[in-house]
Design a protein around this ligand. Structure first.
Ligand SMILES: Cc1cc2nc3c(=O)[nH]c(=O)nc-3n(C[C@H](O)[C@H](O)[C@H](O)COP(=O)(O)OP(=O)(O)OC[C@H]3O[C@@H](n4cnc5c(N)ncnc54)[C@H](O)[C@@H]3O)c2cc1C
Length: 381
């Protein structure tokens, strides 16, 4: 027997929970389907913290969407009554003539964002844990910080439920097709008929959309937590910024201690990664992976690089060739839309992407300019 809804949302991670919330709050009948449980650690939306910036190292073209996301993070905090966005300030460090710092500076200057451009000496004086070489510079974004992915997903699912969305866990979607008057979604438990489908299945989206024009590569990524030498006191939010650092042909990043004095301080490598099948990911973190980030940290944030390894977790990136997301309609009549291919940097946009997905369903177009993320774009650049 099939059931009829306005919208079926496939995948209830960061983006799917945002879409469910936005769609249900607008009065539509929504069913959300998730193959695992609520707020799980098998996809891309776990690991306690996600960095949020406006002086964005991905370039100024992302800034208008980030501005919208900032507004919607505040609205999400207001409607949920929970603090979601921890503003700690953010430091983008690297060679002054490298890739990251000039891009962050361009975003800040072209978009008129509050920021400071710092020399290596400035950074060492202001943030004594950081020891950049003379060739380095930094962009400090005072509005940057972090959000907590598990909390965000939980809050969005709760709000979606409050607006009468039906959320079904442990139900795997096998096929989504456009029909004459809508869509049909076949799962391991039954069939759903709906006006529209929103596919937010993260790393599994290519399985459901094999004809997607933009290729997606799934990468295994590691997050690690360290106990800094001398203790975590100086690494608490408010004292220690969110950071990202280009150096030695890599891009490393880290967050302040998101989980109190004893939860450890997180660091990871944004660049690279091992191609993976999302259903058979090796979740064991090897000593050489720990050593790689410790080596990166030792010359840059020595107290962290010499710190004691505490724990780690494996997470997944779904990378597109240009690292821009895929957002838009993906069927002949636009009744199936996706937000996927998020390339390891979409959490900061989560509520804005939820809003765009709602607009694509209800109006056939989004109020933000999403041309950068078109499913039809050429990704040869
Ligand atoms: C290590 C790491 C660090 C990151 N750091 C940052 C950062 O600092 N800042 C930032 O902005 N972003 C960051 N990101 C990126 C960000 O977390 C992701 O872009 C975002 O979480 C992607 O959300 P999603 O909803 O697409 O995927 P997911 O949260 O994985 O959700 C997809 C969901 O679909 C479900 N699903 C899949 N297939 C099916 C099916 N067939 N049927 C039913 N359900 C299905 C899955 O179970 C899953 O729950 C990071 C990512 C990682 C891995």
């Amino acid at each position: 027997m099939s059931e009829r809804y306005d919208v079926v949302v496939v995948g209830l991670g960061g983006l799917g929970s945002a879409a469910c919330h936005s769609l249900a709050a607008s009065g539509l009948s929504v069913v959300g389907l998730e193959r695992f449980g609520p707020v799980h650690d098998l996809g891309a939306s776990h690991g306690e913290s996600r960095g949020v910036w406006q002086a964005y190292f991905m370039g100024p073209e992302y800034v208008p969407y980030l501005r919208r996301a900032y507004t919607l993070w505040s609205e999400l905090e207001a409607v949920s009554g929970e603090r979601l966005f921890h503003r700690t300030g953010g430091l983008c460090v690297g060679p002054a003539k490298g890739t990251l710092v000039p891009a962050a500076r361009r975003s800040a200057e072209q978009c008129g964002l509050e920021h400071e451009y710092l020399s290596a000496e400035d950074v060492r004086a202001r943030f004594p844990h950081f020891t950049p070489d003379e060739e380095c510079a930094a962009v400090y974004d005072p509005g940057s910080g972090f959000v907590q992915p598990e909390q965000t997903v939980r809050v969005q699912l709760d709000l979606a439920r409050k607006h009468s969305a039906e959320l079904r866990f442990g139900e795997r979607v096998h096929e989504v097709t456009e029909t004459a008057g809508g869509v049909r979604v076949r799962t391991d438990r039954g069939t759903y008929e709906a006006g529209h489908a929103v596919l937010t299945a993260g790393c599994w989206t290519p399985e459901l959309l094999p004809a997607l024009g933009v290729p997606v590569q799934v990468l295994r990524k590691v997050m690690l937590w360290f106990e800094p030498e001398g203790g975590a006191q100086e690494f608490q939010p408010g004292r220690f910024p969110y950071w990202i650092w280009e150096g030695d042909g890599m891009v490393g990043y880290g967050h302040p201690a998101a989980n109190g004095l004893h939860g450890g301080v997180k660091a990871g490598v944004h660049s690279g990664g091992t191609p993976a099948d999302p259903d058979q990911v090796d979740r064991f973190v090897r000593p050489e992976e720990i050593e790689e980030i410790q080596r990166f940290l030792r010359g840059r944030i020595p107290a962290l690089g010499r710190g004691r390894y505490r724990r780690s977790a494996v997470c997944l990136y779904d990378n597109t060739p240009d690292q821009a997301f895929i957002i838009g309609p993906v069927s002949d009549h636009g009744r199936i839309v996706t937000a996927s291919g998020t390339s390891g940097h979409a959490f900061k946009f989560v509520p804005a992407i939820g809003e765009s997905l709602r607009e694509l369903v209800t109006q056939g177009a989004a109020s933000q300019d999403l041309s950068l993320f078109s499913p039809e774009r050429s990704t040869t650049r």
